[in-house]
Ligand binder design. Sequence first.
Ligand code: ZN
Length: 488
Amino acid sequence: MTTTHYDLLILGGTVIDGTKAPRFDADVGIVNGRIAAIGKLAGHTADQTIDATGLIVAPGFIDSHTHDDAAVLSQADMSFKVSQGVTTVIAGNCGISAAPLRRDMDLPMPLNLLEAPPEERFTTFAAYLEALRNTPSTVNVAAMVGHSTLRAVTMESLDREATPEEIAAMQALVQEALDAGAIGMSTGTFYPPAVKATTEEIIEIGRPLTARNALYVTHMRDESGKVMESLEETFRIGRELDIPVVVSHHKVQNSPNFGKSAVTLPFIQETMKHQCVSLDCYPYTAGSTMIRTDRGMLDGRVLIASSVPHPECAGRDLDDIAAEWGVEKDEAARRLQPGSAIYFLMDENDVQRILAFDETMIGSDGIPVGESPHPRLWGTFPRVLGHYARDVGLFPLETAVWKMTGLTARNFGLDKRSTLKVGHHADVVIFDAATIKDSATYAKPTTPAEGIDTVIVNGTIAWQSGGHTGARPGQVVTRTPAVAAPAK
Ligand code: ZN
């Protein structure tokens, strides 16, 4: 036998390759940031060797839905993600992106959730990606341009639809972002800066997406009583632009709508026969977003995650704060703005049905701001692997891994990422299937998960034995236009 020398050898593990195929025992050899061999590799030499006996060796997880645009620069070690096994994040969701911005503007909620000081704002998408290439994060980043961000930089007032001149200006910004490497455009018509945007406005602004087959990704207008109409609008935009659409963090919220996922999912499945549609979900019955004062959002328990005027209220129930202040819940919420909160508005049965839907990807939607974030920021991926796959038995571990790797790479067009194959980028997570567990809770939301042994990004060990190695090997990831055609 000729001896091959590897940069890194992972020996004795069980491979789950991210394609949903059954696990198999194999060693993995890495050279120059790529997977060089999968098979029996004992006896070969390496600069570094990891003993993965009794552990699962899987592709690094892709977080399909993040708000990490600013964090990948300002919290570049990205411990809250890499500690879960995440090696790639999709940024620029819900209509909000870190670029393009102006330094002379006030950011309306929820754009200010990204929290970049004005002097550090990027006026072009190219400048943002350039900064990421010059000062890499620990994780890979694929980024989208946000429609609400485009509105905020282009329009004098956001409480109306855009004029033809404004649409043309926004189209040019979409084109600039795509030329720089953006993988698509997101919208958040649920949020005040984009509520008044019509379907036609979004289609026109999105015109440059078509030539690149770039993605349209949306936090829909309504995930409550009008969720079906919102799905219709989303699919129409995809059809008119002839591009793939992603329904972000699919959910049905507020108690009158509990159970409606039994209707939305068959509708999504039927539509998938005719056009390219995908969706993601986070594994919790509570959502988190900016502090809002509308009745629908304040229906259930509300936990304050952060508040600029009242930082001391982070981690407390809105009910308790309102009682202490002697005011109604909505008035207390108004006084706490700007900030973010956690809203308990979903039913566990819907969450499980959506997670178990074959095409559903896993995305955290974590907001990396403040001391008391939603626990999904630190716990999403281990929660799906440990709680939902192993303990609840919602799907096999191979399916769980696929929902956070191969499926996501396919839907977002990330070439040679997140399936373990020779020639692919060496993003790898080694974990213990018996002990993996999310430890982050609503009370202790920033606790790292258990059971993650080693996380490798582009061939470099970034996390090992519960600690960050200090490595920042993340790359800017762009989209391969040739993506899977819709299922026939
Ligand atoms: Zn969202």
